[in-house]
Design a binder for this molecule. Structure first.
Ligand code: NIG
Ligand code: FE
Length: 418
């Protein structure tokens, strides 16, 4: 079969291995790297990859060839944990943060997530849409082609629903593909203060079935944290969500280790998020249950904490991990996945290959899209990120600079000049 388009002469092409499940532990250190690589596309999908001059069988009279000498390519980057849709911003809390007031104290004073909830409730659809679109534009410029997006700044039906509708519309309109997560259990709304059980009952009775009926989210998530939702409450909500057919995620062990990891393992969640404070026992449990650890080093950085999630220990124990931005207006206001990837090397001592697997094939499994994205396997979507770098190590060595020059989505150039 001949290709429509062949991208040729990359200095290196990073080809993750898709073995039918996420890469666990030591397997995360493995990949195929093609020197002088090419990627052949047909109908917006991957047809073949190879080295040097493209195989003659791929080249027909209609085939277009584009040379990318001096650059490297990876599968389109996947940001598998974001709080994309929100009103307002929180730079007014920055001075408090610098003065050492903790994240949970700001929340307990009615700020933090709750301040964004007020701003989100006050924002109409168009305002939320425009703001989120702008964030997605930034993400695309930084090489991201698929994004998971959570609700959770409404904490009431009307606003949660509006957030989910924004995600749905942006998924139709924007080049980036979105995966939707329902997270009404992101905080306890002010009107339910001291009555978390009653709020959870409202979510279970009124919201979960409606979101499902309208097909507005695939995943359900909860913030299991000291002063927010307990492990027991998380188990209660997520088991109901599972019964309704949601796939599960859980924010666990971010600031305090209070049992969220056990819930993730018991309910076979797809992923557990943050895990900065996870114990050795918790790591064993997640490894055994094959729960993916979605790690968010840019959040640790932005919270100015010293303890990063113990990624190396996780790999030693055989866990699969991803790296993601956690993009949100409070604990991590950024749209740059490359920065989180670099922190994965600098602060977690991951290798470039481990990081690249984390944000491609493993992130694809984390959003349950591995049959279509995350590697250059024949037949997958031609989502390709191209960097101005002589080799893959350079992506980490030359840090805090956006090196992305071109992005292809479904085989179409959506960023950069031909
Ligand atoms: O993943 N930890 C809870 N939720 C977000 C922060 C949301 C916010 O501060 O607005 C997080 O870090
Ligand atoms: Fe988060």
């Amino acid at each position: 079969m001949t290709a429509d388009l062949i991208l040729t002469h990359f200095n290196q092409v990073f080809c993750p291995r898709d073995v039918g499940h996420p890469l666990f532990g030591k397997a995360m250190a493995t990949a195929t790297i093609l020197e002088d690589g090419y990627i052949a596309l047909k109908d917006g999908k991957i047809l073949a990859v190879g080295q040097g001059e493209p195989d003659a069988a791929l080249v027909g009279p209609e085939t277009e060839l584009r040379s990318y000498e001096g650059k490297v390519a990876t599968p389109g980057l996947i940001d598998c944990h974001t709080h994309l849709v929100y009103g307002g911003s929180r730079e007014h809390e920055f001075a408090k943060k610098l003065a050492g007031v903790s994240y949970l104290d700001i929340l307990a004073q009615g700020g933090g997530i709750l301040s964004t909830v007020r701003a989100t409730r006050a924002s109409d659809f168009a305002t939320l849409y425009d703001k989120s679109k702008r964030l997605l534009d930034y993400m695309l410029q930084h090489g991201v082609t698929t994004v998971e997006a959570k609700s959770g700044y409404g904490l009431d039906w009307e606003t949660e629903h509006r957030q989910l509708e924004v995600v749905k519309k942006l998924n139709q309109d924007h080049e980036i593909d979105l995966v939707s997560t329902f997270m009404a259990a992101h905080a306890i709304p002010e009107e339910y203060k001291g009555r978390s059980q009653a709020y959870l009952d409202e979510i279970i009775k009124d919201m979960l079935p409606r979101v499902k009926a309208e097909n507005l989210a695939e995943f359900c998530d909860i913030f299991c944290e000291k002063g927010v939702f307990t492990a027991e409450e998380s188990r209660y909500l997520l088991s109901k969500a599972k019964e309704l057919g949601y796939k599960l995620r859980i924010h666990a062990d971010e600031i305090a280790s209070i049992g969220g990891v056990d819930v993730a393992a018991e309910l076979e969640a797809t992923s557990a998020e943050h895990l900065m404070m996870i114990t050795d026992e918790g790591i064993e449990k997640l490894a055994k249950a094959k729960v993916i650890g979605n790690l968010l080093p840019a959040t640790t950085f932005s919270l100015m904490e010293d303890t990063y999630a113990p990624a190396r220990k996780m790999l030693d124990a055989g866990m699969a991990i991803t790296l993601t931005t956690d993009s949100n207006p409070g604990s991590c206001p950024t749209a740059n996945l490359q920065f989180a990837m670099q922190l994965g090397c600098f602060m977690m001592r991951l290798t470039p290959i481990e990081v690249l697997n984390a944000v491609t094939i493993n992130a694809a499994y984390s959003v349950d899209r591995a049959s279509t994205i995350g590697s250059f396997t024949r037949g997958k979507q031609a989502d390709i990120t191209i960097f101005d770098a002589p080799n893959l190590d350079y992506l980490f060595y030359f840090f805090a600079t956006n090196l992305v020059t071109h992005v292809y989505k479904h085989g179409r150039l959506v960023l950069g000049q031909q």
